[in-house]
Design a protein around this ligand. Structure first.
Ligand SMILES: N[C@@H](CCC(=O)N[C@@H](CS)C(=O)NCC(=O)O)C(=O)O
Length: 221
């Protein structure tokens, strides 16, 4: 049996869970290696050798180590193209271009406001950090504008990059999951009928429910 790939970091992290959902979609055996962020293990010299920015996740497959969750996910799709969900990153240049376009939209337009909201509303209270109301308001308004664009797009096609679920949709799961399940901002999704339909479809995927389950395990935090 092939050696499992290694993912360093807790499934509670949005970026780690993006990679885990991708591995599960692609049926790639993996091992999650704990990085104790409370003890700043992600800033220690040994860890910085594989993730020089001191963040999670880091990833290892045979002799290659990678960081950046979206780059890792693209690698997994290309390296394991013939197994699991084969269309996850498209099967021709046209599909790939559309998936890349929406992956960029996720990373450049959706992620900035949504990650601020996730930190402020879901993580800051757990970490006993004071919330910044002004920042929350500003980023809610930014995210609303992004979701207006998504709502229009999702009125034209079932998923962001076309009629099939793809890496572009998957990449939205981690931040959206926290916003809908653990904050009072789920209304941003529910008030837009196409976004609401899309969210119900993508969040119900077996790969994502498995990642959410992994977060509940005390050894995986
Ligand atoms: N763009 C990076 C972001 C990674 C990231 O922000 N990771 C967070 C956890 S979700 C982290 O390690 N935060 C701790 C820190 O920055 O010190 C990726 O997608 O992999």
């Amino acid at each position: 049996m092939a050696t499992p790939v290694k993912v360093y970091g807790p499934p509670l992290s949005t970026a780690v869970s993006r990679v885990l959902a991708c591995l599960i979609e692609k049926d790639v055996p993996f091992q999650v290696l704990p990085v104790n962020m409370a003890k700043a293990e992600h800033k220690k010299p040994d860890y910085l050798k594989i993730q020089p920015f001191g963040q999670v996740p880091a990833f290892q497959d045979d002799s290659i180590t990678l960081f950046e969750s979206r780059a890792i996910s693209r690698y997994i799709c290309d390296k394991y193209a013939s197994q699991g969900n084969r269309g996850l990153y498209g099967t021709n240049p046209l599909q790939k271009a559309s998936i890349d376009q929406w992956l960029e939209a996720e990373s450049q337009s959706f992620n900035p406001p949504s990650s601020v909201l996730v930190f402020q509303l879901a993580f800051a209270p757990r970490m006993k950090i004071k919330q910044d109301e002004k920042l929350i308001k500003q980023n809610e308004a930014k995210l609303a504008k992004v979701l207006d664009v998504y709502d229009k797009r999702l009125g034209e096609s079932r998923y962001l990059a076309g009629d099939e679920f793809s890496l572009a949709d998957l990449s939205h799961l981690p931040n959206s999951g926290y916003l809908v399940d653990e904050t009072d901002k789920g209304e941003l999704f529910e008030s837009r009928k196409n976004v609401e339909r899309w969210w119900a479809e993508i969040s119900g995927r077996e790969s994502w429910t498995k990642v959410v389950e992994m977060r509940k395990s005390p050894t995986q935090k």
